[in-house]
Structures are given as C-alpha cells and as structure tokens.
Design a protein around this ligand. Structure first.
Ligand SMILES: Nc1ncnc2c1ncn2[C@@H]1O[C@H](COP(=O)(O)OP(=O)(O)OP(=O)(O)O)[C@@H](O)[C@H]1O
Length: 336
C-alpha cells in the first residue's frame, strides 16, 4: 500500500536574529546582524498509511507545528523528501489543499461575522464540492456534531466548544482522506471532547480517513491513537504503538503501602531485592510507593511486604500515560 504521508530526512531551519545592547549595539545591528540557525525539525523520517490515526506529540517547541506546517504546504522544508496524498504539498499547493482538512485549535478558518452556514457555503465553493456531495456528507456531519442549531449564528457568538465543532465540520466539507488536527480539544469541556473524539472515530471507520493529531492532552491520544510519534528537539525519539511505549518504557504499575510503623528505604530494598521494583517515599509519613514495569510482580511483592510489616492500607495504581510521557520528556528514553 502507498503511504498517505511519507517524509525522509525532513528538515526545517530558521534563522533567528539576536540584537546587541545599547545604541552602539543597535547601530552595529544595522550594519551586520548577528543570527543563529535553529533546526526546528532536524531530519525526521516516517510513513503513515491510509486509515491510521497517529498522535504527534512532544514538549513545547519540539517542532510539531513546524512539521504540520510543512505537511500542509504552509512552510517550505529546508531539505528532505516530502510526499502527502501523492503530492509535494508546497509545490502543488492549489491542488493539494483540496485533498486535506486542517483544524488548528488556536486559529479559525471560519469568517467571524457571518453565519456558520455562510462560511460552509463559501468553503464548499472553494473546494468545488457538488450540491449532492455536500448534502449527502454534511447532513451527516452536522447531525453527528450536533451543530444544526448553530448554523445561522455568526461565529463570534459561539462558545469555544460550539466553534470547535463547527471548525471540524468546516474542515470536512470536501470529505478529505487526510485530516490534520492541531490541539483540537484545547480548552474544551469533557462532554464536547467526548463528542469530538466519537466523531473522529466514526469518520475514520466510515471513510477510512487518516488522522494526524497534535495535542498535549494524553487522554485524546489514548482515546484515538494506536500509534504515536514523539518528537524532541526536532528529532523523533519514539515511533510505535502507544501500548508498547507504556509497556517498555514506563513503570507501568505502582503499589502504594501505608505501613503501621516507620520503615526505611534500605530495609524495603533488602526484603524485595529479588524483585524488579523501585521504592520511593510517599507524600505522608509511613507511606511508600513501589513502582514496577511488570505487573506479574505485584502478588509476590505484596506477599513479601506483608510477611515483614504490618500494613494499614494498600492501593494498586496504573501510572497514567500523562506521567509516563512527562517522565520520558524529563529523562529521555533510557530503556531503549
Ligand atoms: N517562524 C519561526 N522563526 C523562528 N523560529 C521558529 C519559527 N517557528 C518556530 N520556531 C522555533 O522552532 C522550534 C519549534 O517550534 P514549533 O512551533 O514547531 O514547536 P511545537 O512543538 O509545535 O511547540 P508548541 O507545542 O509550543 O506549539 C521552537 O524553538 C520555535 O521557537
């Protein structure tokens, strides 16, 4: 199968200018400006197949938006190979934009002062969608996103959640095979988030729409994406299943013990020295947490600890993806 997105060694550099201090500095800046080159995207390669839903994640400034801008033809790469929907996005821009949908959570593609449906009509013309095509597809989209009652309102009168649902509908007017979403649920309440996720799953099922999703909200990724690509300082540090990331690179489970007596780190380590667990003190007195990557260890751990100490309370927690990702950002992928 032909990948719907393919990039090889893709790179984007920006020249950033620095200013010198004071009047003489300003004068010297006029003559020669000092700059440095930063690699926002630093030689990345990946392929995405039709129908995949991929989470594109990374800390602030990792290079996510710059990648999406290159994939959507807004920015020209400094170097590297890029092919999206069989085209070179920035070179064949006019034809290319008709084959993708884009939602930037922070920016609107709807006209602020006119009714939502007027925006839809304009976009329908831009994308040259036939009346029948529009009716057939959009009636379903409008119903599923529950925006029928909003269509005659100007965008500026909508709440953020209402606007985002309309943005999503607008991005899908031409039923593109590929959808880019950049922080689509930012600032939305839980119910709207759920609705949007359900909707995205449905179009993926129904039309095999490929979705590339950038978000800081790990619950979005968990709900939608089997695969994640993780970026750090412009480089890909992980590309694979979310599940594998959890299993291989994270302390998957933790058991919290509240002891009926004072316990020290060394003793805990000694009595569990045959088990692959890491102990750390909890937030309260006599509270200790054992982290492990393999949950098979749990029953043996509990057996050994209870044989030595009096336990007042115990809790088994799954380490959240949020926490796993934060650890990876902080420490890098150390087990790979
Ligand atoms: N037009 C530009 N000129 C100079 N530097 C830029 C430009 N756009 C982005 N950068 C720099 O490139 C790096 C990557 O930025 P980018 O916006 O792609 O990150 P991001 O992962 O999308 O971050 P965020 O999650 O904050 O949106 C950052 O260091 C940023 O300051």
């Amino acid at each position: 199968m032909q990948p719907i997105i393919e990039v090889r060694n893709l790179r984007k550099e920006f020249k950033t200018y620095s200013s010198r201090k004071g009047l003489t500095g300003a004068f010297r800046d006029l003559l020669t400006r000092r700059y440095k080159i930063i690699s926002a995207v630093d030689g990345i390669s990946f392929q995405i197949q039709p129908g995949e839903m991929v989470g594109y994640i990374g800390e602030n400034g990792a290079g996510k938006s710059t990648t999406i801008k290159m994939l959507t033809g807004i920015l020209t790469p400094t170097s590297g190979y890029i092919r999206v929907n069989g085209m070179n996005p920035h070179k064949e821009r006019e034809q290319f934009v008709r084959t993708i949908g884009v939602v930037f959570g922070q920016r609107s593609q709807l006209w602020w002062d006119i009714a939502v449906q007027e925006s839809f009509r304009l976009l329908k013309k831009v994308y040259r969608v036939s009346d029948e095509g529009y009716e057939q597809h959009m009636s379903h989209v409008i119903e599923t996103l529950d925006i029928g009652s909003l269509l005659d309102k100007p965008v500026r009168k909508l709440s953020l959640g209402q606007r985002m649902r309309c943005e999503l509908a607008a991005a899908l007017i031409h039923n593109p095979p590929l959808l880019f979403l950049d922080e689509p649920t930012i600032g939305l309440d839980v119910l709207v988030k759920l609705k949007i996720r359900e909707f995205l799953k449905e179009i993926n099922r129904k039309y095999n729409t490929t979705i590339m999703l950038t978000t800081h909200d790990m619950t979005d990724i968990e709900a939608l994406c089997e695969r994640v690509i993780m970026l750090d300082e412009g480089k890909i540090i992980y590309d694979g299943e979310l599940e594998r990331l959890r299993e291989q690179w994270a302390e998957g489970k933790e058991v919290q013990f509240r002891f009926g007596q004072a316990v020290d780190h060394l003793t805990l380590r000694q009595i569990t020295s045959n088990l692959p667990v890491e102990w750390s003190p909890g937030e309260k007195a006599n509270l200790w947490v054992a982290k492990m990557r393999n949950e098979q260890v749990i029953s043996e751990l509990i057996r050994q600890v209870t044989a030595h100490f009096k336990i007042l309370d115990m809790q088994v927690n799954q380490v959240s993806t949020e926490e796993i990702i934060r650890n990876i950002y902080e420490e890098g992928i150390k087990h790979g």
